[in-house]
Design a protein around this ligand. Sequence first.
Ligand code: MN
Length: 129
Amino acid sequence: MDFTNSGDIEWEDAPPDHFTGAVRFGPHYPPQDPDDLNVLGVHFSPGARTDWHSHPGGQVIYVTEGAGYVVNETGNRAEITAGDVVHAPPNELHWHGARANSHMVHLSLTWRGATQWDARKVTDDEYEA
Ligand code: MN
């Protein structure tokens, strides 16, 4: 067993080409095989969010701190807070991020392949809609 105290987790900046605002990656359990489960902790500062993207095998988002949004291409917007769980089906275009007045931390659980980035930022109008 490998135990890491929360204060010892080394958060690092997420790649800015796929995010708006300050986003950091924390605990990461990358898959041994591309089809296997990929577990990643993600910390969004207030107002920060992903770009539009999808996941070939779908995604489970488990919110552990703060408050934010998950929005899909049809405009379905879920307001999420700590303890909430979201399932995005395979290949459904969406984004997630923190509210303007709160940070948000979530675990991302994905499998069967890497995130597909749509090369499209979430505009302020889309964020505030
Ligand atoms: Mn996602």
